[in-house]
Design a protein around this ligand. Structure first.
Ligand code: PBG
Length: 337
């Protein structure tokens, strides 16, 4: 219960909260949170080939793009005011191995995409995931041996992956693998190679969520996934543990932290922001997108209204920025408000 303080929150009938809500202008004046295009990070899926766009059935409206098409789409997004993107590669299955060697090939699809982006859109901030799942024949974020995910061995590969991404021009390295100690090791590896100004945004509190299903379709890691990710991603029942994860990542050098998924975990976003006061991001994941779009396609929810309401919820919880597949649509809506 909120206690009524001595400075007085007032009482009815002197106080009528509906007064401020009575007109559009005054609702705008008293609004506590605002969503702008500065808050948006657009995750995109890329694939090999030329002039290719392939739709992802479980994510209506989302496409995998060949690098040339990605350049076009990122240009359009930049014109809408989207200044940051994250890129996820759909790797040719023949390149996937149990050692995920393709992850640190400087000529891999992701690195080629980053170089092309930096050439054509040098002002767009690029965030790259660091995890082995797009490159690993087991579909896991770490190296799997005899059914066990190897923490420290995985970190060595993640460091090599981070270096090739930084060399390609990535601005923010985003470890999404949830291995213990990876942020500190990646920071050190980057610094040793002269990349001390490349930022790290850690997926600090990443849950073992069923909401990632459509993403795994999009990058082609779902079909190959052997088992589940519960030995490294967090139990959806926990929040104190999310704070410990976040504290460790900050101590290890994370410049920004992230909570994922989004809407089902707003309490975690709120606690992380409140307690650490560091730049805090949230990922409205593929399954959240799929849920909204499925209901919208059925005519059960209003597209524009539900998009903006879902995004302002993140701002209210304290997020500084939002990864969302809705970014281009949301930017158009914001620009027309
Ligand atoms: C890979 C990764 C995943 C997502 C982002 N990075 C999937 C997973 O951990 O299985 C999910 C994003 C989404 O669902 O939109 N480590």
């Amino acid at each position: 219960m909120v206690k009524q303080r001595s400075f007085g929150l007032g009482s009815f009938p002197t106080t009528r909260l509906r007064r401020n809500r009575a007109d559009d202008f005054s609702r705008r004046l008293v609004s506590e949170n605002n969503l702008t295009t500065n808050d948006l990070i657009w995750p995109i899926f890329i694939m090999d080939g030329e002039n290719k766009r392939e739709s992802v059935p479980s994510m209506p409206g989302v496409e995998r793009l060949s690098i040339d098409q990605m350049i076009v789409s990122v240009g359009e997004a930049a014109d809408l005011g989207i200044h940051a993107i994250s890129i996820f590669p759909n790797i040719d299955p023949v390149l996937k191995t149990s050692g995920a060697e393709e992850a640190f090939n400087p000529e891999n699809l992701l690195c080629r995409a980053v170089r092309a982006l930096k050439k054509y859109h040098p002002n767009v901030g690029i965030i790259c995931d660091v995890a082995l799942d797009p490159f690993n024949s087991d579909g896991h974020d770490g190296l799997l041996k005899d059914g066990v995910i190897l923490n420290d061995e995985t970190i060595k590969v993640l460091c090599k992956q981070s270096i090739v991404q930084a060399q390609a021009g990535c601005d923010i390295i985003a470890p999404s693998d949830m291995m213990d100690g990876r942020v500190g090791a990646i920071r050190k590896a980057l610094d040793e190679k002269g990349f001390e100004s490349v930022r790290i945004m850690s997926y600090a509190a990443k849950y073992a969520s069923a909401f990632y299903g459509p993403f795994r379709d999009a990058v082609g890691s779902g079909g190959v996934l052997n088992g589940n990710k519960k030995t490294y991603q967090m139990d959806p029942a926990n929040t104190d543990e999310a704070l410990r994860e976040t504290a460790l990542d900050i101590a290890e050098g994370a410049d920004m932290v992230m909570v994922k998924p989004g809407l089902p975990y707003l309490d975690v976003v709120s606690r992380v922001k409140e307690i650490f006061s560091v730049p805090t991001f949230v990922y409205q994941v593929s399954g959240e997108y799929a849920m909204l779009k499925a209901a919208i396609e059925n005519g059960w929810l209003d597209n524009d209204k539900v998009i903006l309401e879902s995004l302002i919820a993140f701002k209210r919880a304290g997020a500084d920025g939002i990864f969302t597949y809705l970014a281009p649509e949301a930017a158009k809506l914001i620009n027309s408000q």
